[in-house]
Design a protein around this ligand. Structure first.
Ligand code: K7E
Ligand code: RUQ
Ligand code: CUA
Length: 649
């Protein structure tokens, strides 16, 4: 029996080391069921049954796989530049990466959340978070492209994000790091954490029709680290639950300061009540700068705006919108079952899984079964909120998803397994090894009211010997298990781009019918669009030269341009005149220091290029588009600054 924090920590770290070096479960060779191949097989020319949206971690991207084949269908750049798609390189997409810190073309993307209507995935958008420079993005599932990115003030880390409410009313984001609020001088000693730092939760309102986001309000909480969260549903509609750690409010984690307490917290937030307080004028407008970028499919370009204030509610002053519930040791996942009654906290360093009851939480609040306050927030007694504990589930519980049949599956990082347990009697039903050290897991719809429990996918932290070695860095790894029977069965390993954290999956039928095939050229509202070869032109404005260019199989118009002078800034506004599915063209010019363009049919994209030296500069199409693709090319002539070569094209 583990009794003290120190013992538990010692055991956990030993197991952790083990998992990272020598862990190969004994049954590794026999873990695959005999009919696995047929279960994961999707015949050539056939579609997968599910889309799987997988966070790309430190690649800043979102990837899309088909399930059960594990085939990579698309990589969607969000918080990163992507030369394959010109994302972040074209003049139209560059502003999408603007922040109050300038253009920030990288981030750490951990979580994905598909939009919902009535607690079910509606297939319209997928939201993703950026941890480092706190942002939330919305990807449009008609185009599979990033449509919007909003920065979050008063935040750092943005890990507990971007989880949504049942009807996508809000995307909710809790800060990982508490920091001094943006409107005060943050130049304070770090050890004044308790006094000067605060933890903020942002409520990002989402327009029902367009999906447009804006920060509706923030709740100011005590200095604490928000880790993960999930919406209430059914009886717990209108509530939101967060896991929090570092409740000792330590500013250094050396000597494991942040894990000294036996219990950290789950924070329950009554956001319906918060809305009432807002209506009643209890919100305070405070200065807070943040940048909001939107991409428009009609102008094929983006607009970046800076906002200057945000409305803040104080959890401390409004005693009844936030409540803390003790939760054993460093809770990570905070997951709500499909009925909305059970809230599962996963203490990474705990040897059990506590399951809280929403109805008990309500009676505890009504009966004031509190254990005092924590920085002005009432703390509900553990036993008053607890439904029960899953005993000996495994080591290092991280995340839980639900099968909709009364069961939960929890990932165990340290003991490297998936563990299935029954929510009512809290008994462990089954366990399967993962290869190795699973982080998040995903059941299609597994955090919604209606899971579609055919598969569970494990996203593993360590790959080791699963694939052919590729030097010190290996492919990231996911594994699919069939969960239609009593026993979970491994059916496929598939490599992923790095590094997968949360992922969601949905039946392909919800999305595939809405896919845009190409953009209608007559609707192209880009100010630099050229809607026919007859309208192409080259216009000089001082040292800026605008090339209104078109492309169609298999030539650019114009393809010979003279009269460009050293020092000119040349803007190639390239319109793809094709009106057919799957015929993009690319555009690259020698010496370009900002990658290429990839232009979809009907779209206009712009590459900025500075003429640095006189001479001949070839350009060409980078995307193989027809038998004459290789012929799709042209020349630009650059003459010395002062020369009188006329502009011709
Ligand atoms: Cu568990 Cu950032 Cu969701 Cu990764 S976090 S595993
Ligand atoms: S060309 S098909 Cu460069 Cu042979 Cu590619
Ligand atoms: Cu156009 Cu290749």
């Amino acid at each position: 029996m583990i009794t003290t924090t120190k013992q538990l920590l010692a055991i956990s770290s030993a197991a952790l080391l083990l998992s990272a070096s020598a862990c190969k479960p004994k049954n590794a060779a026999t873990a695959v069921s005999s009919d696995a191949a047929s279960k994961a097989y999707v015949a050539p020319g056939k579609y997968d049954e599910f889309y799987n949206f997988v966070s790309g971690g430190f690649s800043g991207q979102l990837s899309v796989y088909g399930l059960p084949s594990g085939r990579l269908l698309r990589v969607i750049p969000v918080f990163s530049v992507d030369p394959e798609k010109g994302w972040g390189y074209s003049e139209e997409t560059k502003p999408m990466l603007n922040t109050t810190h300038g253009n920030v073309p990288w981030d750490d993307l951990h979580h994905v959340e598909l939009s919902q209507t009535n607690g079910e995935i509606d297939g319209r958008w997928v939201f993703v978070n950026a941890n480092n420079t706190p942002r939330v993005a919305r990807v449009d599932l008609k185009t599979f492209r990033t449509a919007e990115i909003i920065e979050l003030p008063n935040s750092a880390g943005n890990h507990s994000s971007p989880f949504i409410t049942e009807n996508t009313e809000y995307v909710i984001a809790g800060t990982r790091f508490s920091v001094p609020p943006d409107d005060v001088n943050g130049d304070v000693p770090i050890n004044t954490y308790k006094k000067n730092f605060k933890g903020y939760i942002s409520f990002i309102g989402v327009d029902k029709t367009t999906g447009k986001m804006d920060i509706s309000f923030q709740i100011e909480c005590p200095a604490i680290n928000f880790d993960l969260s999930h919406t209430g549903k059914g009886p717990s509609s209108g509530w939101f639950f967060f896991s929090c750690y570092n409740t000792e409010q330590a500013n250094t984690l050396l000597e494991v300061n942040a894990s000294q307490r036996d219990k950290d917290f789950i924070m329950a937030v009554n956001w319906k009540k918060a809305e009432e307080y807002l209506k009643a004028g209890k919100g305070k407008k405070v200065p807070a700068k943040y940048v909001h970028n939107t991409y428009d499919d009609k102008t094929h370009s983006s607009v970046s705006e800076t906002k200057n204030e945000v409305t803040v509610l104080s959890a401390k002053d409004l005693k009844d919108i936030c409540y803390f519930i003790p939760c054993p040791k460093s809770p990570h996942g905070c997951d709500v079952d499909p009925t909305g009654e059970y809230i599962v906290g996963s203490g990474k360093l705990a040897a059990l899984i506590p399951v809280f009851s929403f109805s008990k939480i309500q009676s505890a609040i009504a009966g004031k079964q509190f254990d005092g306050e924590y920085d002005g927030i009432p703390v509900i007694k553990y036993d008053a909120a607890l439904y029960g504990e899953v005993q000996k589930p495994g080591l290092g519980p991280l995340h839980t998803e639900f099968d909709g049949k009364g069961n939960a599956i929890t990932s165990m990082f340290v003991s490297s397994e998936l563990v299935k347990w029954n929510i009512k009697d809290l008994k462990v039903l089954d366990r399967v090894p993962t290869y190795y050290s699973v982080g998040h897991l995903c059941i299609p719809g597994g955090d919604t009211k209606k899971p579609n429990a055919k598969y569970v996918i494990a996203y593993n932290k360590i790959t080791k010997d699963r694939y052919l070695p590729t030097g010190p860095e290996l492919a990231q790894s996911a594994q699919i298990y069939d969960i239609t029977g009593d026993k979970m069965q491994l059916i496929l390993d598939y490599p992923t781009i790095g590094e997968p954290h949360y992922a969601q999956a949905v039946s392909a039928d919800v999305i595939k019918g809405n896919s845009v095939k190409f953009f209608k050229i007559e609707e192209n509202a880009n100010p630099y669009a050229t809607k026919g070869e007859g309208n192409t032109k080259v216009v000089r404005e001082g040292n800026k030269v605008h090339v209104y260019m078109t492309c169609i199989r298999s030539h650019f118009t114009p393809d010979n341009i003279e009269g460009i002078k050293v020092g000119d800034e040349v803007y190639f506004h390239v319109t793809n005149l094709e009106q057919d599915w799957d015929i993009p063209h690319g555009f690259a010019i020698k010496g370009a220091n900002n990658a290429e363009l990839l232009i979809m049919p009907g779209e206009t994209q712009t590459l900025k290029w500075v003429a640095e030296k006189s001479g001949i500069w070839p350009f060409y199409c980078t995307d193989f588009c027809s038998a004459l693709h290789q012929e799709m090319q042209g020349y630009l002539r650059v003459s010395p600054a002062g020369s009188n070569v006329p502009l011709t094209y």
